[in-house]
Design a protein around this ligand. Sequence first.
Ligand SMILES: [Zn+2]
Length: 490
Amino acid sequence: MTDEILARSLHSTGTLTREQLQTAIKSRGNGERLGQTLVRLGLMSQPDLVRFQTQHVNDEQPHSAEHHSNGHNGDTLAHAEEDINSLPIYIVDHDDSTDPAQAPVVRYANELLKYAISLGASDVHFEPQPKGLLPRYRVDGALQAGQLLPIELSPPILSRFKVLANLDITEQRLPQDGRFRVKIGTKVIDFRVSSLPSLHGEKIVLRLLNHSSLETDLGKLGFTRRDRLMFEKMLQRSHGMILVTGPTGSGKTTTLYAALSAARDATKNVMTIEDPVEYELEGITQTSINADIGLNFARVLRASLRQDPDVILVGEIRDEETADIAVRAALTGHLMLSTIHTNSAVATVSRLRDMGVPSYLLASSIAGILAQRLARLTCRSCRGPVEPNDPRRGEWAEFFNMPVDTPFQEGKGCDKCKGRGTRGRVAIVEVMDIDSSMRRAISADKDAESLREIAREDGFLTMMDDAREKIRAGFLSPEEGMKVLMGHEE
Ligand SMILES: [Zn+2]
């Protein structure tokens, strides 16, 4: 925040009078920042200044009305049910009372955490720069810069997060990782912390895992009713393998957790093997793999099978040994859920063959495959028709195989979406049920192309079909759909 914007914000919010600000500006020392002067003159305390700057971090950006909903403008946050900024924040299992000297830094760090939560950020990056520490917040998949923190605050803030995550604060040359948990209002949020040495010092990234916001309703994730019912039917099976595929960041994990919630009941023993455990779920045995001590997916899976499981979730099938055990477990009365890194539902079959699983075993073990991508949802508040003569129409029509005069819609940008035209995310999904004709085709070593044709004859709808439907309904802009599905052949 520049001094000018700080002064303007302090005045416009009635925090300080014009006279107080003029006094401070006049008595400002050489090279002194306005904030430092205000603290030196006793016009503001250091924590109050920090809190003010954190809450008004967006004052210099357009469309700022949404973010500081703490009473100044009567506006409320778009998604928050509670006004996060007015609630106290607690670090679970951590006692700060012993070191009062740390109090200002603790409060500053808490404000940063609150701000990240109120934004609905999935990650916060603290990037060391020559002039200070730059926080960047990932919201709906894209990073947005926050307010540069003064250089003198960088080390204490970074140390604070390291202390919370039980990292060694004296170690700055080696990467470390840990986690801590905060409570705010009714929300419980886990922060996964990772540190990495970089050119201008240690960079810390916090990943937010919001337990209360873990969406386990497939409909709310953007599944059509048809896809949801198909997927839920697969999950009711007592055995077989259900695979969720897609690239990194495609929302596979969320879908799997939703699947797990649907599959779990009190009469079943549900186990997960994860890298690492992301969300704690009640009534489920969860194990993190730990490569350092040789605890890999295959080893935990083998041990889990000796623990009388009904449903097992394996975070990812990435090696032959895990693939082999998983397939055999699925054939012997267990419901196996897992992810695999492939582009489409049919490509998953070839990928598993490449991992050495024989076609006949695949044919009898796979119950279903779901492939997905995550796209930005068109903002409901500023959604509108695309002009009939828009030059982009030709490309869209060709890519999606839709008429050029389709009533395409997109977000125009408004206060609610901060000018982006998108708000929230929507899954683009294809669900492949493995029925008897597919089983025969997989067993007969048919390639991906033939499998897709057979599936289509049985009414299989591809991600492309799903995208077209969402474009027609106005949830997805053709531009965003194209970006997300680029390189994905029909
Ligand atoms: Zn909008």
